[in-house]
Each structure stands twice: as structure tokens, then as C-alpha cells.
Design a protein around this ligand. Structure first.
Ligand code: C2G
Length: 131
């Protein structure tokens, strides 16, 4: 009997673009259930980011994506271990711009750093639009 695999990923997901979608699609392909811990506006401030879309708008957009099963708030750097245990997560997935940063989770679940999608980013969209 194949185990029901739960996957989690974290992010701001502002100005949703195809690089985000590719990450979510690949993350979901690693299991049966994908949780996205979405950075709150306050947490973004801590990351030095000011999202164009509010948390509620970003949450609603993510919830409309077929690969996403649950969206929860990310409001602290310390919540990942708790989230992984509470939600019985099997795999933590994030883009390889974070490689090594979350290896502490290896005590609780598989940690997978995925190659980022080249040629697209929220910053690039903003820069291109300002040209
Ligand atoms: N991503 C990607 N390719 C891109 C852009 C983003 O694969 N061209 C991935 C990132 O690697 C990340 C996810 O999409 O896994 C969301 O990206 P951001 O919203 O920029 O997330 P970030 O600010 O890196 O937040 O606690 C972890 C942080 O909240 C991660």
C-alpha cells in the first residue's frame, strides 16, 4: 500500500508567475497533498519584501491552483519544525536559492531544494514593467 505523502513549501508568491507554478507543480508531483505556507505581510516586512498583493489576495490565488491543497500563514522563521510535525509532512520542498538553509528539517522529513526557473521573477516583472 503506497504511503500518502504530504509535501510542504514556503514562500511569498507575489505577482504569481509561471516560475512559481512550476515549483508548485513539481512539489505536488513528489506526493499526494501539498501545503503552501504563505508569507504574511508582516513576515514579508521581515524579509525586506513588500508584496504588491495582500496576504488574502495571494492566499486566494494560491488556493485556486490545482496543485495546492492547503494554504497556511508563514509568520515566523521558527515555525517550520512545528508545521512539519503537526501536519505530518514527509517532504519539505523549496527553490535552490535556499540550498542548505533548511537542512535542520532533515531530522523530521525529506528536504528537497529544487532548481529555480530561469528567466522569470517578481523582481524581473517589476523591472520590465518600469522600463
Ligand atoms: N521560485 C522558482 N523560480 C523562480 C522564482 C521563484 O522556483 N523563478 C520559487 C522559489 O525558489 C520559492 C518559491 O518559488 O521556492 C516562492 O518564491 P518567493 O515567493 O520568492 O519565496 P521566498 O521569498 O523565497 O520565500 O521561509 C522561506 C521563505 O518564505 C521563502
Amino acid at each position: 500500500m503506497k504511503k500518502f505523502n504530504r509535501v510542504i513549501t514556503y514562500g511569498t508568491y507575489d505577482l504569481l508567475h509561471w516560475g512559481h507554478i512550476r515549483l508548485l507543480k513539481r512539489a505536488k508531483s513528489l506526493g499526494d497533498y501539498l501545503v503552501v505556507a504563505l508569507s504574511t505581510d508582516e513576515f514579508n516586512a521581515g524579509k525586506g519584501k513588500r508584496a504588491y498583493h495582500s496576504y488574502e489576495e495571494r492566499k486566494m490565488m494560491l488556493e485556486s491552483i490545482r496543485y495546492v491543497d492547503l494554504v497556511i500563514p508563514e509568520d515566523s522563521w521558527e515555525q517550520k519544525t512545528h508545521d512539519v510535525q503537526l501536519l505530518e509532512i514527509d517532504k519539505f520542498v523549496i527553490g535552490d536559492d535556499w540550498v542548505g538553509e533548511f537542512d535542520f528539517l532533515k531530522d523530521y522529513c525529506e528536504v528537497i531544494y529544487m532548481p529555480r526557473t530561469e528567466g522569470i521573477s517578481t523582481t524581473k516583472i517589476k523591472e520590465d514593467l518600469n522600463r
